[in-house]
Design a protein around this ligand. Structure first.
Ligand code: AQP
Length: 330
């Protein structure tokens, strides 16, 4: 069985960026790639590369798990699990660190960005994060990894490590390919469109959280920064604010930029934002309705238990083979 795999870090409430760049895309892929098995996980080990409050982390883990289902993934064709419940991730993460070079990790832009922002000490786990991410993917021989644009560099490193391991120890890993959506791969902050919308952003006004009150979502869209031209036109370089809003509009409605521009000829940003606020409210509203039904259900528990079992079965078999090839153990 071919596998598609992806994860989300429970470092906060997932954003509209996570939704359009990852979650909504998984659902679309699950519906079209019917002969693939879908593995999605809550990347809680990755979350602790930056400081987390234990109680909040626990709640965020559960929220992310429920959001996967609330967004419309079909549980019948899904292995949903929590990363820390599958020990083989840690084992392979270490093995990946042992073939990964410092220079490769130093080049990772996400590490550089996060390290620059951090006020407390930068952990070594933040630095070695891409090695664990490689392990997450290679452990399941995932063929495709749907991710947003920001994860492209980590995926390239994963491919390099897989090829290196295969060359050194013999054919072991499938070389994975990223699946980056054509639209919505990088949703920007509503207040600073030069920055990606981020769940642990300092400025909450620029970020739409999937579980925040609908009225607050509408307000944030209406106060998103635009420009002085007041003409709904896509131009990522010169009009980053309105172009970002058009990307959100287009990814949800599936209208092209040209169709959106035509719809708002002679109208100002006010009309456009009002419509967009309704469109996003409707989309996120459906997710919230599902989420409220699922979050405390026995169904979620049972899906996570089944996921844990299936993921452990595959991952343990694979790690045994890998350690044998490396020459570890008796
Ligand atoms: N703004 C975005 N636009 C499109 N896709 C995005 N993704 C994240 N942000 C956007 C995609 O969502 C998936 C899960 O992301 P993640 O949880 O691994 O990390 P994150 O949300 O991108 O968070 P950061 O920036 O690493 O830091 P925190 O969590 O501390 O805020 C990925 O597929 C990602 O591409």
């Amino acid at each position: 069985m071919n596998i598609v795999l992806s994860g989300i870090k429970p470092t906060g409430i997932p954003t509209l960026g996570n939704y359009l760049g990852a979650l909504k895309n998984f659902v679309r892929l699950q519906n079209s790639m019917t002969d693939y098995e879908f593995f999605v996980f809550v990347a809680d080990l990755h979350a602790i590369t930056t400081p987390q409050d234990p109680k909040t982390l626990k709640q965020n883990i559960k929220n992310v798990a429920a959001l996967y289902l609330a967004c419309g993934l079909n549980p019948e064709r899904l292995v949903l699990f929590i990363q820390s419940e599958v020990n083989a991730h840690i084992k392979l993460g270490y093995a990946m660190q042992s073939i990964c070079y410092m220079g490769e990790l130093e080049r990772m832009t996400q590490y550089k960005d996060k390290a620059a922002k951090q006020t407390q000490g930068i952990t070594s786990a933040l630095f070695t994060y891409p090695a664990l991410m490689a392990a997450d993917i290679l452990l399941y021989d995932a063929k495709y990894v749907p991710v947003g644009d920001d994860q492209k560099q980590h995926l390239e490193l994963t491919r390099d490590l897989a090829i290196r391991f295969n060359n050194r120890y013999g054919e072991t890993f499938v070389i994975p390919e990223p699946l980056i959506p054509k639209k919505g791969a990088r949703i920007m902050d509503l207040q600073d469109p030069s920055k990606k919308m981020d769940k642990s952003s300092d400025n909450e006004k620029g970020c739409i959280f999937l579980l925040e009150p609908i009225n607050s979502i509408k307000k944030k869209i209406k106060s998103a920064v635009t420009d002085l031209e007041t003409c709904v036109r896509y131009d990522k370089e010169k009009k980053p604010g309105i172009s970002n809003l058009m990307t959100i509009y287009s990814t949800i409605t599936e209208l092209s930029f040209a169709e959106i521009e035509a719809k708002y000829v002679g109208k100002g940003y006010g009309d456009f934002k009002k419509d967009l606020a309704e469109i996003v409210a409707c989309e996120v509203g459906k997710v919230q309705e599902n989420f409220n039904r699922i979050i405390n259900s026995q169904e979620l528990e049972s899906i996570l238990n089944q996921g844990k079992e299936r993921a452990n079965l595959i991952a343990n078999r694979k790690i045994d083979k890998i350690f044998k090839k490396i020459g570890l153990g008796r």
